[in-house]
Design a protein around this ligand. Structure first.
Ligand code: T3D
Length: 245
């Protein structure tokens, strides 16, 4: 693929935006290839965890602002952004965003779709949309309203401020803040240690936290616990505990 790299290592699938010379600005090719790459990783049984990262010195600088197009913006969103945004939201495997450098605009929206965000300390977060007279989009407002206090989210989006990673952590957008030198190793360790855990337990937790009603949660925990109970890892853990008695 031209604008995306897909790699598989130790049960982890890496989906890497690959336009480093443009700080991984998002164009239609990248967005389409990313959706394709994500679906390929999701349907690969060897892959248990998926990590989104940017090549070079940024996660993503957002929409490629150099593209001249007559397309209606709504249609562009529907045709080009939404297939990827839906694939991210529908992904059943754990999704980790590894964020460094800059994360701006629609790039931020994609990062917010992940389940967890491991962030290098020097990262700058830019809401940016308002600076070019647009609403936040690509699923960003949906995720922000669940991660942040709505008044703070609006205040940030309306201001267009660039914030540092500590502020983003206070806003609830950072799962783990890591020193820059430690960041690549920590990101790999986080992903690989999650991939070493029982897949139905890991995926089941994600599914259960996404249920939208108490009854649905009870219904789904029956399914997931039944699956987890059958796994070797659970049975061995029980035997190990009982043999110590
Ligand atoms: O369609 C839809 O509805 C989706 C809409 C989405 C809207 C958005 O995503 S809004 C956010 C748009 N992004 C921005 O406003 C950020 C624009 N970029 C910048 O402000 C700066 O590049 C940074 C502050 C991020 C980094 O600055 P710096 O000095 O470290 O790097 P640079 O020299 O500006 O950038 C390096 C290259 O990347 C440069 O190209 P060149 O001159 O070497 O050929 C620059 O033009 C290019 N680049 C950076 N960001 C973008 C970009 N090219 C196209 N689009 C970009 N967003």
């Amino acid at each position: 693929m031209e604008t995306i790299q897909v790699e598989r290592r130790n049960r982890v699938g890496w989906l890497k935006w690959n336009r480093p010379e443009k700080l991984n600005a998002l164009n239609a090719t990248l967005l389409r290839e990313a959706a394709e790459g994500l679906l390929a990783l999701e349907s690969d049984d060897e892959v248990r965890v998926i990590v989104l990262v940017g090549e070079g010195r940024a996660f993503s600088s957002g929409q490629d602002l150099t593209i001249e197009s007559d397309a209606d913006y709504g249609t562009y969103l529907e045709d080009v952004y939404h297939p990827l945004v839906r694939a991210l939201e529908g992904c059943k495997k754990p999704l980790i965003a590894g964020i460094h450098g800059v994360v701006a605009g629609a790039g931020l929206s994609l990062a917010l779709a992940a389940d967890v965000r491991i962030v290098a300390r020097s990262t700058k977060f830019s809401s940016a949309f308002i600076k070019i007279g647009l609403v936040a989009d690509a699923g960003g407002p949906y995720h922000l309203s669940r991660l942040m206090r709505p008044d703070l989210a609006l205040d940030w989006m309306w201001s267009g401020r660039t914030i540092d990673a500590e502020q983003a952590e206070r806003y609830g957008l950072v799962t783990e803040l890591v020193e820059d030198e430690a960041y690549p190793t920590r990101l790999t360790d986080y992903a690989e240690s999650l991939a070493a855990k029982s897949p139905p337990a890991v995926q089941g937790m994600k599914a259960l936290l996404r249920t939208t009603s108490f009854e649905q949660s009870l219904e789904e925990e029956i399914h997931w616990q039944r699956e987890c109970g059958k796994t070797e890892v659970h049975q061995q853990a029980m035997q190990a505990f009982l043999s110590k008695k």
